[in-house]
Design a protein around this ligand. Structure first.
Ligand code: BDR
Ligand code: CA
Length: 306
């Protein structure tokens, strides 16, 4: 199994990513760390703790940074609501948050592991950047970073920037310059990782505890209509998990990605050029394609088996 740490801000779609990771027989989730993003770090920490209890996973959860490296925190309450999951109630738990800070829990796990660890960030990159700055000697023990963030062809928080990178562009800049292998699962691929109405009905028909809970989550996720009037619901964060468990089902292109830190309209844009004219050394495998049917089957399997 591939040992991973999920660094997230649950978050409607983060929850689906967590379920996918925890129920995968290819992944060994060693810890969940959280970061301020969709909501405050305390709220997303509580969501992670309670959700892991709901699915019967006994793994440490620790809190990371409560704000970006240099900017004011922008939270995603417009989409994820006041508690981070649109006020859906998760059952309370007696479990408690780890006494270690997120980056110290990461350090402990990385040091204790016989194999290199894969990091899967699905929120702003503040914790990951601080881990790299604080423990640079551990970079070599990271297999890779499979992150949800960015978009080569435009954003969702602004015209230019995707939410996770927009919130903490300085952190993203550190991560993309770190030299650690990166798989960037941005909007280019996540817009192709959607549920159709019939997929949602299949989830409903599973009729177990988790499917009922997931129907609540999916019900709150933004939906769009294609040109034929069909409803579809893109899932962002689970793609970063799927890219680790099923790398053959993702199509990537090695690119040089820069993070815009100074732009007036372009803060947090992930800037890359597909042409060969600008051949700077590549720093990320940017995902563009996904086997959507297989991705959806994976999600359904994770709900059935939970
Ligand atoms: C990303 O932003 C957040 O709102 C989601 O959880 C996801 O990580 C999508 O842009
Ligand atoms: Ca997220």
């Amino acid at each position: 199994k591939i040992p991973v740490i999920i660094d997230c801000d649950p978050g409607l779609d983060d929850i689906i990513g967590l379920l996918m990771a925890c129920s995968s027989n290819r992944l060994d989730v060693r810890a969940v760390t959280v970061v301020a993003g969709n909501q405050t770090v305390e709220k997303v920490g509580e969501n992670a703790l309670r959700f892991l209890e709901l699915i019967g996973m006994d793994i440490p959860v620790s809190l990371g940074f409560s704000k970006p490296l240099v900017r004011e925190l922008v939270i995603g309450s417009d989409i994820h609501g006041e508690n981070g999951i649109c006020n859906i109630e998760l059952p309370k738990t007696n479990k408690t948050i780890s006494s270690l800070h997120a980056i110290d829990l990461m350090k402990k796990i990385v040091e204790e592991s016989e194999k290199k660890i894969t990091l899967i960030p699905t929120g702003p990159l503040t914790n990951i950047a601080m881990f790299i700055l604080r423990y640079p000697e551990l970079k070599d023990k990271i297999e890779k970073i499979s992150l949800m963030g960015g978009g080569i062809n435009g954003g969702n928080r602004t015209k230019a920037a995707e939410f996770n990178i927009y919130v903490d562009p300085e952190a993203a800049d550190i991560v993309f310059k770190s030299g650690i292998p990166i798989t960037m699962c941005g909007l280019d691929v996540t817009k192709r990782a959607y549920l159709l109405r019939e997929d949602i009905y299949r989830i409903k028909d599973i009729e177990n505890n988790i499917s009922r809970f997931m129907m609540g989550i999916i019900g709150k996720l933004p939906k769009f209509k294609d040109k034929n009037g069909n409803i579809y619901c893109p899932l962002h964060d689970p793609v970063a998990v799927y890219a680790v468990s099923n790398p053959d089902m993702i199509h990537t292109k090695a690119l040089h990605v820069d993070i815009e830190l100074k732009g007036e309209f372009t803060r947090g844009a992930t800037v890359a050029n597909m042409g060969s004219r600008f051949n700077k050394k590549t720093n990320a495998d940017v995902a563009f394609g996904i086997n959507r049917e297989d991705f959806v089957e994976n999600i359904i399997k994770s709900i059935v088996n939970s």
